[in-house]
Ligand binder design. Structure first.
Ligand code: CA
Length: 222
């Protein structure tokens, strides 16, 4: 899951970015409305965190603009104001949720999970492919009931493969949703992580779940 943070206060932006990366999200930062607009249009983000008071284009205008331009990424508005009026206006321009600063990081994580879940199918909290299970709330992964310990990046990659189970995902798709803007397309880092996952998920099982489709990418299926 790849998230764009549009926030001009660098301390807050860096704090949120660090926290989300620790949770396995890929995160890009924009420090003003213009840069945010450019990135939101260029990349297909799974979620945008949008500050209200921003240089160049303010958050409300940007939110309305993105929705008008057909950007479908869900948006959570971050606002220092907490008057009812601002909230209503924020939701009217197409924001999916709002959070009043200062907020607890746990609360932000919870809101993000709700939005990402809504985007999927209602109340899914577990992904399952064959005997492989992934719990979206606890981040626990198990195969045949036996828990598998994954790093944040491995978890994030597996989650992406499982959300797209049965579909071939290209390296570009993976890099767009699991890695951030600093991803170097000339490295084989995705293949390296696929191998890590294979060792943890497939090795020791006769039925393999992660398959390479030559020249196209990867597919996770039974
Ligand atoms: Ca601000």
């Amino acid at each position: 899951m790849r998230i764009l943070i549009i926030e001009d206060e660098r301390k807050i932006a860096d704090f949120i970015k660090r926290g989300l990366k620790e949770e396995g999200y890929a995160v890009d930062l924009a420090h003003d409305g213009e840069q945010g607009h450019f990135l939101a249009k260029t990349n297909n983000y799974d979620l945008i965190l949008l500050d209200l008071m921003l240089p160049k284009i303010d958050g409300l205008s940007l939110c309305g603009q993105l929705k008008k331009e057909g950007v479908s990424s869900p948006i959570i508005m971050l606002t220092a104001k907490d008057t009812v009026k601002d909230k209503v206006v924020g939701l009217d321009t197409g924001a999916d949720d709002y959070l009043t600063k200062p907020f607890a990081f746990e609360e932000l994580l919870a809101r993000i999970r709700v939005i990402l879940r809504k985007k999927e199918s209602g109340t899914v909290t577990k992904l399952q492919v064959g005997d492989l299970e992934l719990d979206l709330l606890t981040h626990k992964v198990a195969r045949s009931g036996k828990e598998i310990s994954l790093t944040a990046k491995e978890y994030s990659l597996l989650e992406y493969l499982m959300r797209n189970a049965g579909t071939v995902v290209s390296r570009t798709m993976i890099s767009e949703h699991v890695w951030d803007i600093d991803f170097d397309t000339f490295t084989n880092v995705i293949d390296v992580y696929i191998n890590y996952l294979r060792k943890k998920v497939d090795s020791g099982f006769s039925k393999k779940l992660i398959h390479t489709i030559r020249g196209r990418g990867y597919i996770l299926k039974e």
